[in-house]
Design a protein around this ligand. Structure first.
Ligand SMILES: [Zn+2]
Length: 289
């Protein structure tokens, strides 16, 4: 699932391509992609609207139109691509070169396409079809996003705020880091990478963590997410940027989806995987305590 760094990458890519453009047509082959209003109304309402700005909040992409907003949640396998409209044929890209990033299989599942007034198209590719797009008012947008915790890369996210967000929380630190009301935007990839960086085991109880350990986790959250934004996200699975290219954090990740491989800290240990309430956690039993 695209997490903060992946959605931020898409947002920054799209910003250069679509801000100021008018949407001339909307097409889709999977009406459920639009959660509100119903697809035909969505299509009619969005056509002719101008894209004013883009924002990211947690794992959501927010596209400001005049007065209203497109709220996009990519869920498992969704990502937004921009290319020449002429290349898009209904639900796939007609790419001539196999070396083109658009030819990559995960970019070929187009279920919603916004045609723009500059001959380009902004298209949602989503193999699993769980991504959702809504057209909402400001008030509705605020309601839908109200539960989200602080943005970890904003200036107001300091150690005190992090501790405050954890207060009263029970459970394993890995689980708690995934809760969007605690810190916004962290998912399975970066929770594992953050805990490796902080040298804390994913199965540690939040209530048992010392102040020094909490500080380490806080610092690792900021460090790892910033690094992942710089490297344009992780593509161990379906994530691609707006040009269809893979993120480079994949190459420097330490534990996520490296089960059975040697620990990159050189401790001699092997990366392990454990299930914590249905989600995998990857960790080094030597480095993490
Ligand atoms: Zn290790």
């Amino acid at each position: 699932m695209p997490e903060l760094p992946e959605v931020e990458t898409i947002k920054r890519d799209l910003e250069k391509e679509v801000v100021g453009r008018r949407i001339t047509a909307v097409e889709g082959d999977w009406p459920k992609t639009v959660s509100e209003p119903e697809f035909a109304i969505f299509q009619k309402e969005v056509t002719g609207r101008k894209i004013k700005a883009l924002k990211r909040r947690a794992k959501n992409l927010i596209i400001s139109l005049d007065k209203e907003y497109l709220l996009v949640h990519f869920k498992m396998t969704g990502h937004m691509l921009v290319a020449d409209a002429g290349e898009l044929h209904k639900d796939h890209w007609a790419v001539k070169e196999a070396s083109s990033p658009l030819a990559d299989r995960v970019n070929q599942f187009i279920h919603l396409a916004f045609y723009l007034d500059n001959g380009k198209v902004m298209a949602l590719s989503d193999l699993r079809k769980f991504a959702r797009v809504s057209l909402v008012s400001k008030e509705r947008l605020d309601t839908l996003l109200a539960h989200l915790g602080p943005e970890p890369l904003e200036d107001d996210f300091d150690l005190e705020l992090f501790k405050k967000q954890l207060s009263g929380k029970k459970g394993y630190i890995k689980q708690i880091l995934l809760q969007q009301e605690v810190v916004a935007g962290i998912g399975n990839i970066y929770a594992d990478e953050i805990l490796f960086d902080a040298k804390i085991l994913p199965l540690r109880k939040v209530t048992d963590l010392s102040n020094i350990e909490l500080k380490k986790i806080y610092k690792s959250i900021v460090k790892i997410l910033s690094k992942a934004v710089d490297l344009r996200g992780t593509s161990t699975s379906d994530f691609r940027d707006a040009a269809g290219e893979k993120g480079k954090y994949t190459d420097i990740r330490k534990v996520y989806r490296r089960t059975g491989e040697p620990c990159l800290a050189g401790c001699g240990g092997v990366v392990q995987r454990v299930k914590i309430s249905g989600r995998s956690a990857h960790y080094c039993p030597n480095c993490q305590k």
